[in-house]
Each structure stands twice: as C-alpha cells, then as structure tokens.
Design a protein around this ligand. Structure first.
Ligand SMILES: [Zn+2]
Length: 169
C-alpha cells in the first residue's frame, strides 16, 4: 500500500483524468482557468478537452475531512464546534462577552485545525487554543476556563496561573 494521498495524485500540471469531456467523452482535459467561488469552498474550473478542444466548466468542492478529538482517556469523537462555544459560554457567565465573539473564536479554531495536517487533535490542544482566544476577549473568562482545562490541583497552582497572567504583558 503506497498509494499517494488524493491531492498528490496528479499527472502533468493542469491535466487530470477525473473529468470526461461532455462533448466527446475524452478523459483528458487541461485547466485553462480556475477561480474560487463561495468563499473558497468551491473551485470553478474552465477546462479544455485535449481531444476536441471544446471548453467546459467543472466545479470542485473542497473535501472537508472530519476532525477527530482525542480525549484524555484515549476515546475519540468527531469535532463539534458547538461544544467549544458552550465551553466558552460557561467560562463567560455574567461577563460582558458577546456570543458573536465566542463563535468567531470557535470558527477560527476550526479553521486552524482544518488547515493543519493533523486529523486527530487532543482535547488539551483545543483547550490551549480556546485559552488563547479567551485571553484576548476577557481575562476572567480565561482564568475560569484555564482552571477547568488545566485542572489545577490546588489553590496554589491556580494562584500561580493568575499571577502569571497578571504579570505577563
Ligand atoms: Zn472533447
């Protein structure tokens, strides 16, 4: 099994075998123009058949591979952005943080994870990313969240974190 990942399976630049010409059925075409549509989620390609030279358009939808979250006990579940928002909401209770800013943080985290090559992410890594996001929004919420995620064993480690936070700019 040494099959290359899909995105590396290409022949010559601009030529691929995945699209048949709608006019003559020939399987090789070259891309003459491509541009993103729908905020980059779709790519519109203008192709030219290498046999009859007629042009046609294809749309390719970016494959969104599922992200898997690995919990401390090793169990796995699919990434759920809503859970991030919920976790941040709890930390932001009675704090003046708009929901829209929390969903922005969650969107950004999801985007960063999608862009990384890793498909499996530890909950602790996600926790760190949330902390970074919360820290810029509301420091009280940040410390609350950190106290849960880092599971401070006692009040001393909690105070250490608080002191680190307060002296850290
Ligand atoms: Zn053709």
């Amino acid at each position: 099994m040494n099959e290359k990942p899909f995105h590396k399976r290409r022949l010559k630049k601009g030529i691929d075998l995945s699209m048949k010409c709608p006019f003559c059925g020939y399987s090789e075409s070259k891309v003459v123009d491509s541009r993103p549509a729908e905020e980059g989620a779709t790519i519109r390609r203008r192709r030219e058949c290498l046999s009859c030279q007629k042009r046609f358009t294809t749309y390719e939808i970016m494959e969104r591979l599922p992200l898997i979250v690995v919990k401390k006990d090793g169990s796995r579940q699919t990434f759920d952005k809503q859970k991030l928002v919920n976790g941040m909401l709890r930390a932001c209770e009675k704090r003046p943080v708009p929901l829209a800013e929390l969903t922005d943080v969650a969107d950004q985290i999801e985007q960063d994870l999608q862009n990384s090559l890793e498909r499996e992410i530890k909950t602790t890594d996600i926790g760190e990313m949330i902390m970074t996001g919360l820290k810029s929004l509301d420091e009280v919420a940040y410390v609350r969240f950190a106290s849960v995620y880092r599971q401070f064993r006692d009040i001393n480690s909690f105070m250490d974190e608080l002191n680190r936070l307060l002296t850290d700019d």
